[in-house]
Design a protein around this ligand. Structure first.
Ligand code: PMP
Length: 405
């Protein structure tokens, strides 16, 4: 039995009340909550080991640097990267994709080249490529989905041609929950000599990710969706790519030597980490990863799947509910609409009943257009959620339907 009581007791925010009702937090796909140990680590870092990293000879700075670099190794182990220097700290998934678009894209893409994306991409994996289009005549090819919300793999294979230079694809959809067969997709792309960037923002909280097994060229995600702090993201890149890419931003720590005539750049990973990094956040992220390991990632993932199936069945019992995204492989994310009820109205009423869900287009407007809707109500689960919460949520949704109909 998965001990949710024990897990919940480690998340202080879960005792909060909203409108005098116990908080039911089902907005985990947007950001997850933090266990006490992660919150404590942030305070502890400020109390005991705060000094700027990499630049000091004094003890405090050396300790701070060691903790920051230990966090990098922790991330390396978590996703099974070959080298610690293949882990670049960024502000989040969005910055990591912008880094690849800005650096790799500028270096390796030329007029006439093509990038394959899918229709279910988050804006963070669309707009950085469109920004590149301001300087280069590159084309974006978009893979469609079937009625279950699964990628059309025939269309994917057919999208390749002699101009294809990159596939940039989400591992899991933040709207539909669909888990894409990225390993298979990467293998196919590599047969055509095309590298692949995987947006792992929605996969990393719910799947065990092994970047070497996937053979991903780039894998990006955010700490704040996986029990870690905000403001920390990860760009994993294969050494051969990161070595070949120019710096993304200039400034402190990314240089080897600066003169007004000629500046040389630091080695990996520092080449891509200009300025003081969020070393308080990186350590807290390492603590979050330790917490996941101690709690049992596999058990958490299996339990989250149980919650997904339980909640899906509960919602299906309610008259007039339509679920968007019925893929065979899904993360614990349910997007739905109820008859003609506007998603905002449903979200606001649910909030009054203590239930936090997300409403709107979820930063996936092209997907919304494809589905022919403006937005959905989205409930997304984490390991601290319970069946009792889902029962209360289903009752609340039924009440909303009766009130708004
Ligand atoms: N990609 C996906 C699939 C996401 O779900 C999100 C967050 N909603 C992002 C990218 C962007 O993540 P962040 O805001 O942490 O940069």
């Amino acid at each position: 039995m998965f001990d949710t009581t024990k897990i919940r007791s480690q998340f202080p925010i879960l005792t909060k009340e909203i409108y005098h009702k116990p908080l039911i937090y089902f907005d985990n796909a947007a950001t997850s909550q933090h266990p006490q140990c992660v919150i404590d680590r942030i305070a502890d870092s400020y109390y005991r080991v705060n000094a700027n990293v990499h630049r000091g000879v004094h003890t405090l700075s050396i300790e701070a640097t060691e903790a920051h670099e230990a966090a990098r190794r922790q991330v390396q182990t978590f996703i099974n990267a070959r080298h610690a220097h293949e882990i670049i700290f960024t502000r989040g998934t969005t910055e990591a994709i912008n880094l690849v678009a800005g650096s790799w894209g500028n270096e390796f893409l030329h007029d006439g080249d093509e990038i394959i994306l899918s229709v279910m991409e988050h804006h963070s994996n669309i707009v950085p490529w469109q920004l590149l289009q301001r300087h280069k005549a590159i084309k974006l090819r978009v893979i469609p989905i079937n009625e279950r919300g699964e990628l059309d793999l025939d269309a994917y294979r057919a999208a390749f041609n002699e101009h294809t230079r990159l596939v940039s694809i989400t591992h899991a959809s933040n709207v539909l929950g669909t888990i894409n067969p990225v390993q298979e997709m990467i293998a196919y792309a590599h047969e055509q000599n095309v590298p692949v960037l995987v947006d792992g923002a929605q996969a990393i909280p719910h799947l065990t990710v092994d970047v070497q097994a996937l053979d991903a060229d780039f894998y990006v995600f955010s700490a704040h969706k996986v029990y870690g702090p905000t403001g920390i993201g990860i760009l994993y890149g294969k050494e051969k790519w990161l070595d070949a890419m120019p710096p993304y931003q200039g400034g402190g720590e990314m240089i080897a030597h600066v003169s007004f005539e000629h500046t040389t750049y630091n080695e990996l990973p520092y080449k891509f980490e200009a300025g003081t990094p969020d070393y308080i956040g990186t350590r807290a992220f390492a603590t979050a990863l330790e917490w996941i390991e101690a709690t049992g990632a596999t058990e958490m993932h299996a339990y989250e799947q149980e919650l997904l199936h339980y909640a899906t069945a509960k919602l299906e019992e309610i008259e007039g509910i339509r679920i968007y995204g019925t893929a065979r492989q899904k993360t614990p994310v349910i997007s739905f609409l109820a008859n003609k009820i506007h998603h905002y109205d449903m979200g606001m009423l649910l909030d009054k009943m203590g239930v936090a869900v997300r409403t709107g287009h979820h930063c996936a407007q092209p997907l919304m257009s494809t589905l022919g809707i403006e937005g959905t109500v989205r409930a997304s689960f984490a390991a601290y959620n319970t069946r009792e919460e889902i029962d209360a949520f289903a009752t609340a949704v039924t009440k909303c339907c009766n009130m708004l109909r």
